[in-house]
Design a protein around this ligand. Structure first.
Ligand SMILES: Cc1ncc(COP(=O)(O)O)c(C=O)c1O
Length: 409
């Protein structure tokens, strides 16, 4: 059968949303300058769906710097993979600054976080090794597992006893040249809870393993200096490989891992998605340096982000919504209902109240549940929060129509 003909009958996991919902539920276009107020389908909306946590993407100083850096370097340079012709002083300086920021001896830039972390996992463990990861890990970790030749197992989400069972199992089967890599996240992006990093690090006293933490949502938002979840929980030293992406708080593209010099040296030569791919363009690297510096110099952005997050969730709880106990700025609202309710909530908020949120239903959350995720930013104002709370108040009859007790608080 022709491969393309076969695709006619093969549905994507998003089902009709990829075709009928295109441009609205999937692939919506948020237009106008980046920020908490943007344009969707020709209308002004307050946006709670982008990860520019610190509002840095819209910062006028940053925008000016980006233009200057592009003029100076061009978006084309450097050409080639870093291993061959794509390295520069800027790339190396950014790595030093990132390492310093997250309190690690070395950092290695990655072109994209997703491919980068996949390759890191792939090249670190081989068929003699054991890879153990949290069941709610991001798709990039799961895909890294698919590439790895090692024995892989999952532990129940944030369940230390479950992790310990897997560690015991792996330890019992180790050959002399076997090693164990445990992978989890700093902040779980859909639910906002933190990985139990301190407890996992404590297990190192009993078991011999290395820990890789994907801190995509923690970098810039957590820790007294913004250096992420490990610092927040007081166990950054116990993280052997710290992963951060520029795709959230830095509002850019690119990522990095921070680790020991020998590990970096190994990754430079072995992380295939980096060895065989063009390096990050110079203006991106230069603006990443600028943005990291600004994040470090402006802790008040992080404070404002948290103030906004706490106000938003308190307001949502006060009007009867079930906000999951997030420990990060991610604000997840859970309610009972079908996929249809999920799309109705999104449409009502967007069309009638000018509030843009994203939601997910089964299979991302259990059947019969709807999760609306709001991402506060430092750049949201009191007015944005108030308008949004009023909108959530107004849609309550729709949200709670099938819930016997009125609200699911
Ligand atoms: C937890 C997590 N890890 C990794 C990634 C991938 O990073 P990037 O967007 O830099 O490819 C994302 C999404 O950005 C993420 O949310």
């Amino acid at each position: 059968m022709d491969l393309f003909d076969k695709l006619e009958n093969r549905n994507s996991p998003l089902g009709p949303f990829t075709s009928e919902g295109y441009g609205y539920y999937t692939f919506p276009k948020l237009e106008g300058p980046l920020g908490p107020e943007m344009i969707f389908n020709g209308k002004d909306v307050i946006v709670w769906s982008i990860n520019d946590y610190l509002g840095i993407g819209a910062n006028p100083k940053v925008r000016k710097f980006d233009i200057e850096a592009t003029e100076k370097y061009s978006l084309s340079a450097p050409m080639g993979a870093r291993l061959l012709t794509g390295n520069s002083d800027e790339h190396e300086a950014l790595e030093r600054e990132l390492a310093d920021f997250v309190h690690k001896p070395e950092a290695l830039l990655l072109n994209y976080g997703y491919q980068g972390i996949m390759s890191v996992i792939h090249c670190l463990v081989d068929r003699n090794d054991f890879l153990i990861y949290d069941e709610l890990s991001h798709a990039c970790i799961v895909d890294g597992k698919q590439l790895a030749m090692s024995d892989t197992s999952v532990f129940k989400h944030n369940d230390i006893e479950s992790l310990e069972r897997q560690l015991k199992r792996a330890t019992g089967r180790m050959k002399p040249n076997s090693s164990i890599l445990v992978v989890t996240e700093g902040v779980f992006g859909m639910t906002g809870d933190l990985g139990k990093l301190k407890e996992i690090v404590a297990l190192k006293k009993k078991y011999d393993f290395r820990l890789l933490v994907d801190d995509a949502h923690g970098l810039g938002t957590l820790g007294k200096d913004g250096s992420g979840t490990g610092t927040e929980l007081g166990c950054q030293d116990g993280i052997d490989i710290y992963f951060g992406t520029f795709a959230k708080s830095v509002a850019l593209i690119g990522a990095f891992v921070a680790t020991k010099p020998r590990v970096k040296e190994f990754l430079i030569a072995n992380a295939r998605s980096q060895v065989f791919a063009k390096s990050l363009p110079l203006p991106i690297v230069a603006t990443a340096r600028k943005r990291i510096r600004l994040i470090r110099e402006n802790p008040q952005w992080r404070e404002k982000l948290w103030e906004n997050a706490l106000k938003l969730r308190e307001g949502l709880r006060n009007i009867g919504y079930n906000v999951l106990p997030s420990e990060s700025p991610v604000t997840p609202v859970l309610t009972e209902g079908s996929t249809e309710l999920c799309t109705t909530i999104m449409r009502e908020l967007r069309e009638k109240h000018g509030v843009f949120v994203s939601g997910v239903a089964y299979p991302v959350v259990p059947k019969g549940m709807v999760l609306i995720r709001l991402i506060p930013m430092a750049s949201h104002t009191e007015e944005h929060i108030e308008t949004t709370l009023n909108a959530f108040e107004a849609i309550k009859p729709i949200v709670f129509q099938n819930v016997d007790e009125g609200v699911t608080a």
